[in-house]
Every structure is written in structure tokens, then in C-alpha cells.
Design a binder for this molecule. Structure first.
Ligand code: ATP
Length: 362
């Protein structure tokens, strides 16, 4: 558990008052853009960084000022940090030797960890004789061999090529589930966080923006930062007014009128029409007319300005009075640039933000 954790470097607030409860055995992904404070937060948990204020607890134990070696944690970094002058076996044995385990116990644990990570055939090799993926497996084996209380991982897969990264993702996740070790995993890659994390903590400028399961973060982002950071292509943000008519409430801007479903009305009816609001909708929640569509919809038309033909999907940039509207359509859609196209907003998937504060209203 983190309580009011702060880490300042001079005036730079790298970690700014973070409160967070991490559940025993969970895989928590720390996600955010470069420089948001992920690594610093991880280093504060590991004891490699002295905190400016606040506390770090493991269960009920206050470990804020305990040295790293007394925390019973293991870390895996982006640059594998396996020692080049030691064989795989010696690399894995190292933390056990430091902790003065018996020869028998060391042997037993090496075999256990090496089998688990499928590197038992490689124990006599030196790191230079291994592929990147194998080296990263050695680093993970060395981290788990002491059966740490908490496993801290800092972008451990980012040096691997794209295919291997996808394979290692599932391997690391499965291993963590089998071991049941509480894991905190730093990444700037939203796909990695979404696919691996039981929960995701989104950070920006040293502050925790949202902590939740991936579907919560995707469907109910707490603010514009989270809404814009998660999802690809990015959510559309459209400045809109709230207007009221006899038959209900609407979000309106030039060239677009979106009725609000009854379930949203309670949250919106109190709002002042004079403030600025942003309507948010993800590209995958706008459908091209004529395609299969679910639920309640609102139509709008625009000219196709640009097409990204990814073949698996077609990303359409529609020119509207208020700017561009990005729509994610199926790859086999027949559509051409300069064509006039009707698209439909899924009214169940509408978001609304306060433009001044960025906070989500819907
Ligand atoms: P990345 O994904 O690029 O590794 P990050 O989210 O892990 O970024 P941090 O490395 O935690 O970010 O850095 C957070 C902020 O603190 C950055 O602005 C960084 O420049 C600053 N910072 C980190 N370490 C130090 C330091 N030792 N001295 C001064 N500033 C630092």
C-alpha cells in the first residue's frame, strides 16, 4: 500500500502524492507516457529511491526506510542486467548465494526456476551465447528464484522484437498467475497493460489518474487524459453545448446533434449550459450507415478526407464543421476519399467531459 507517496527532485514532482492499495497476488500495471514517474514510483517501492514524504507498506509492515535487500523484493529491468561473466546457472544462483541458502537448496531452486522458464538446457551458457528472449528469461528466473514477496518489473520486454514481446507477455503473465506473486509492472504500452494487468494504474505528471480493471479504464475513464491515452485510434473529443428541448437533452455543435439517453440525464440535467463541454466517442463506437450496428444511434454526415487502409480495419477521417471525426470501420468496407458518408454514433458509448477541468461527467 502506498500512502501519500511523494518523490521530488528539486522542484520536479516526479511522484506527487500517490495513494494506492495493491491486492496480494495481483498483477498491477503502472501505465503512463514517458516521464510521468512510473520508474521513480517503482524505485520508491524497491527502496532504491528515498521518498520525499509518505509511506510504503507491504501488508501491515511499514518498509519505507528499509534497505532494498531487506524488503524481500525482486526487480527485473528493461536492460536485462544479467552478468556477462557468469553462466546462466551462476546468474540465477546469485541472489540465493547472497542470502546464504545451502548448496542443496540452491541447486533445487535453480532447477525449479530454469524448468519453469524453459531455460534448463542453457544453464552452462554465458549470456552472450543467448538470444534476447532467453536472456530476459534468465533475468526473470533470477528474480523469482528467491520467491520474493513482491516482484517489480520495469519495461522488461521493451528490448525484444514485436513477435517475441507478444509471446513473452503471455509467458510472464502465466508465470505470475502460477506463482501468485504480487507483481508491479511498469510499461508505457497500453496494449501490454491491458492484456497483462489485473488492474491498471494510469499515471500522468507524477499523479495517479485512475486505478481500475482494464474494462473500467476503457469504458469509464475518469478524465480526458485517461480517455485519450487508452484506445487506438484515440477517442474523438468534440466541443459541444448541452441544450434542452421538450423531448429531452441534447449535445449540440455545428453539424452534429446527439440526443442523450435517459440513463445519462440525471448526471447532465444539473449542468450549466454556459460551461464548455467535450463530447467524447471512440472511433470504434461510430458505425458507417449500412453496416451492422447495435442499439440506439444518432446519424451525421461528412466528407471522407483521408483513409487509413490497414486491411484488418479501415480508419476513416471525416471532415466535419467542427474538425475531423475519426471512425474505425471493418477492413472490407468499400469507401473512397471525397465521398459523402453517413455515420452513426452509438448513444450508449457517449462520454462527456468538463473542458476546463478534464473531469469525466459521463
Ligand atoms: P520513462 O517511461 O521515459 O522511463 P517514467 O515514467 O519512468 O519515464 P521517471 O523516470 O520516473 O519517468 O521520471 C519522472 C520525472 O522525474 C522525469 O521528468 C525525470 O526527468 C525526473 N527524474 C527522474 N530521475 C531523476 C533524477 N535522479 N534527478 C532529477 N530528475 C529525475
Amino acid at each position: 500500500m502506498l500512502k501519500g507517496l511523494k518523490k521530488y527532485f528539486g522542484r520536479m514532482k516526479a511522484v506527487d502524492d500517490i495513494n494506492m492499495e495493491i491486492k496480494p497476488g495481483e498483477f498491477l500495471a503502472l501505465l503512463g507516457p514517458s516521464g510521468c514517474g512510473k520508474t521513480t514510483l517503482l524505485r520508491c517501492m524497491s527502496g532504491l529511491e528515498r521518498v520525499t514524504a509518505g509511506k510504503v507498506f507491504f501488508d501491515d509492515d511499514d518498509i519505507t526506510y528499509l534497505s532494498p535487500k531487506d524488503r524481500n523484493i525482486s526487480m527485473v529491468f528493461q536492460n536485462y542486467a544479467v552478468w556477462p561473466h557468469m553462466t546462466v546457472e551462476k546468474n540465477i544462483a546469485y541472489p540465493l548465494r547472497v542470502k546464504k541458502y545451502s548448496q542443496n537448496e540452491i541447486r533445487k531452486r535453480i532447477i525449479w526456476a530454469a524448468k519453469l522458464l524453459s531455460i534448463d538446457e542453457l544453464l552452462n551458457r554465458y549470456p552472450v551465447q543467448l538470444s534476447g528472449g532467453q536472456r530476459q528469461r534468465v533475468a526473470v528466473a533470477r528474480a523469482i528464484v528467491i520467491e520474493p514477496r513482491v516482484l517489480l518489473m520495469d519495461e522488461p520486454l521493451s528490448n525484444l522484437d514485436a513477435l517475441l514481446r507478444v509471446r513473452m507477455r503471455s509467458e510472464v503473465k502465466k508465470l505470475q498467475q502460477d506463482l501468485g506473486v504480487t507483481t508491479i509492472y511498469v510499461t508505457h504500452d497500453q496494449v501490454e497493460a491491458m492484456t497483462m494487468g489485473d488492474r491498471i494504474a494510469v499515471l500522468e505528471q507524477g499523479k495517479l489518474q485512475q486505478l481500475g480493471a482494464s474494462d473500467e479504464i476503457y469504458h469509464n475513464p475518469s478524465n480526458m487524459f485517461v480517455a485519450g491515452f487508452i484506445g487506438s485510434p484515440q477517442m474523438n473529443f468534440i466541443e459541444a453545448e448541452i441544450t434542452s428541448r421538450n423531448d429531452g437533452l441534447y449535445l449540440r455543435t455545428k453539424g452534429l446533434v446527439v440526443p442523450l439517453l435517459d440513463k445519462f440525464k440525471a448526471k447532465v440535467s444539473e449542468l450549466s449550459g454556459k460551461r464548455k463541454y467535450l463530447l467524447g466517442i471512440r472511433p470504434e463506437h461510430i458505425y458507417v450507415a449500412g453496416q451492422a450496428q447495435p442499439g440506439k444511434l444518432a446519424a451525421t454526415k461528412g466528407k471522407v478526407y483521408f483513409l487509413e487502409l490497414l486491411r484488418s480495419d479501415t480508419v476513416i477521417h471525416l471532415q466535419k464543421e467542427f474538425g475531423f471525426l475519426v471512425v474505425k470501420a471493418p477492413g472490407d468496407l468499400k469507401v473512397e476519399e471525397d465521398e459523402e458518408l453517413e455515420v452513426l454514433f452509438d448513444l450508449n458509448r457517449i462520454h462527456l467531459f468538463n473542458k476546463d477541468t478534464g473531469e469525466a461527467i459521463l
